[in-house]
Design a protein around this ligand. Structure first.
Ligand code: BEZ
Ligand code: FE
Length: 299
């Protein structure tokens, strides 16, 4: 048995990548242990293989990974490395998720994200990007994306136009940004997809609380990947993707005063959020905070 797994991982071969060999060896060893301990039958096993095939065909790998807590685990490991390197005081990171699209329109200081005509409660967000000493960072890029009122993301949801609810905003000389959009709804896994299938078998739901994603980048600083939550969501502390973190739940202020509504050029109540970002300085000996993964790009 031992010899079989050593050979399967190429340990008896001179060529190849040593680290990969050790990782593959560990993974197949643990898999074989699991098969033995749980008396996994060949039928069980091949149904798992076809599950993984379906997961890939449905392009849901990026959904299952956070659903099983692994994307948050990777964040916790990076947090630990940064803490040990003495970095502190930055805005908490949380998962990117699988729904980012690169290349959103870029503007200076401000942007409006909702470009499709759909009803929704208007939301204004404003804040400042600073370093951990509180100094504003001019020219930082705030890349923001979120779902619509049905929990759908443009590009993945063909009913929305390209880059709806996605923008990049460059901060002004005082590090400030502001945006207008609509309040998103929470995301739910496709009900007939393989991720939801496994979650259901685990007795779990596949829902996320309403949230807004950000990448915040500036030269000389560690890239921040994070999200803020909409505070009154019933799934706030029950996110299937485990992304809710302290420090990422800003107060949502609802404005109903007719004078305020008029002053904003609106006819209905609206909401505001103030959210400031604090970026850690780059530290050469740490792994890059920017995660390299495949991203769609709208045409
Ligand atoms: C999301 O950001 O909406 C998301 C994150 C993880 C899995 C699925 C969706
Ligand atoms: Fe999301």
């Amino acid at each position: 048995m031992r010899q079989l797994l050593d050979r399967a991982a190429g340990l008896d071969q001179p060529g190849g990548n040593d680290r990969l060999k050790r990782i593959v060896h560990r993974v197949i060893t643990d898999l074989c242990r699991t098969i033995k301990e749980f008396d996994v039958t060949p039928n069980d096993f091949w149904s798992a293989v076809s599950y993984l095939t379906r997961l890939g065909q449905a392009n849901e790998g990026g959904l299952l990974v956070p659903g099983l807590g692994i994307e948050t685990f990777l964040d916790v490991i990076m947090d630990e490395k940064e803490r040990r390197a003495g970095l502190a005081g930055g805005t908490p990171r949380t998962i990117e998720g699988p729904l980012y699209v690169a290349g959103a329109p870029l503007s200076q200081y401000e942007a409006r994200l909702d470009q499709d005509p759909e009803p929704g409660e208007v939301l204004f967000i404003e804040g400042q990007v600073r370093d951990t000493a509180g100094q504003p960072i001019a020219g930082a890029v705030v890349d923001v994306w979120h779902a619509n009122m049905k929990g759908g993301y443009s590009f993945f949801d063909p009913s929305q136009s390209a880059y709806n609810l996605r923008r990049r905003i460059e901060t002004d000389a005082e590090g400030r940004y502001r945006l207008r959009t609509i309040l998103p709804a929470g995301y739910g896994c496709p009900p007939d997809g393989p991720t939801q299938q496994l979650l259901t078998a685990l007795g779990r739901h596949g829902n996320r609380p309403a949230h807004i994603h950000f990448f915040v980048e500036a030269p000389g600083y560690r890239k921040l990947t994070t999200q803020i939550n909409i505070a009154d969501d019933p799934y706030l502390y029950d996110d299937f993707a485990f992304a809710t973190r302290d420090g990422l739940i800003p107060e949502l202020v609802r404005h109903t005063d007719p004078e305020e509504i008029k002053a904003r050029g609106l006819s209905e109540p609206f909401a505001t959020i103030r959210f400031d970002f604090a970026l850690n300085r780059e530290a050469g000996h740490l792994p890059a905070a920017a995660v390299v993964r495949e991203h769609a790009k709208a045409a």
